[in-house]
Design a protein around this ligand. Structure first.
Ligand code: ZN
Length: 274
């Protein structure tokens, strides 16, 4: 599933080819994505310029003139690719934007959990309204986490995966950040002291930034004639490493289930609280 680093990598990959271009045409081959694509999308976008490609949480925002925006979500299996429009679309290339530089931006989504929506800068889509801060943005830090965690009994792993607290911390990155911070995933959020909140915020930023940096090496794949952009897998310390030795201390990594999601941790580096 595309996580925040893959979405940011996608943003950086398509940005140079999309910004400043006019939309010459739009083809919706299957409008039945997670929510139906608006029936007048092609007419709504015809001839309009793309002024910027931004990201909020896991939504890509293509900014148009008059403060309109296109929102693209990659869902469970989506990817975007720049193609020659004369190449026949692949199966599951559901939406295509043709640009005046002669390229086509194609949304490929076999499972159709992705989305193509529209909104306005001054009237953000309701999906964006209740989101917490960006983990790599200026307002996310230990002081912010301490405020949000105060008095809360929810376990810290679930707290940092809650998009109302901070966006884009998926299962992999939550597990890895808690390992780096030396915090047991089942610790009640309200029991972290201020120093631990600072350490955790820094660890979240570190794992996401590292993943984005590694993704940069795949950017050329957005123009590759075959296949999807090659997403990447950074060296993981605990995620999916049940019973393997901790890379720091050699203790066997353990797996537990929290909120129906598997969670991995090192019982020595991340001791449980009494
Ligand atoms: Zn360890």
């Amino acid at each position: 599933m595309p996580e925040l680093p893959e979405v940011e990598t996608t943003r950086r990959g398509i940005e140079p080819f999309v910004v400043g271009q006019r939309i010459d045409g739009v083809t919706v081959r299957d409008a039945r994505l997670r929510w139906p694509v608006r029936a007048d999308l092609a007419a709504f976008l015809a001839g309009r310029p793309v002024q910027a490609v931004e990201r909020r949480a896991k939504y890509l925002l293509l900014r148009l003139d008059d403060d309109d925006r296109i929102l693209i979500h990659l869902g469970m299996s989506g990817s975007l690719r720049l193609d020659d429009p004369s190449n026949p679309p692949r199966k599951h290339d559901h939406v295509e934007w043709r640009l005046d530089n002669g390229r086509a931006l194609r949304l490929h989504d076999p499972r159709r959990f992705g989305a193509v929506l529209t909104d306005r800068v001054d009237a953000p889509h309701e999906r964006l309204e209740k989101l917490g801060p960006e983990p790599l943005g200026p307002t996310f830090d230990g002081a912010y986490l301490a405020t949000r965690f105060a008095g809360r009994r929810v376990v810290v792993k679930q707290a940092i995966m809650n998009a109302a607290i901070v966006v884009g911390v998926g299962n992999i990155y939550a597990s890895e950040a808690l390992f780096l911070a030396g915090i047991h995933p089942m610790t009640p959020a309200g029991r972290l002291d201020r120093d631990e909140c600072h350490t955790l915020a820094a660890a979240i930023r570190q794992v996401l930034a590292a993943a984005i940096e590694q993704g940069g090496t795949t950017l050329r794949d957005f123009l590759a004639p075959s296949g999807n952009p090659g997403y990447f897998r950074q060296t993981l310390n605990v995620y999916e490493r049940t019973d393997q030795p901790c890379r720091r201390c050699g203790t066997a990594v353990e797996r537990t289930v929290l909120g129906q999601r598997s969670t991995w941790f090192c019982p020595a580096c991340q001791p449980a609280r009494d």
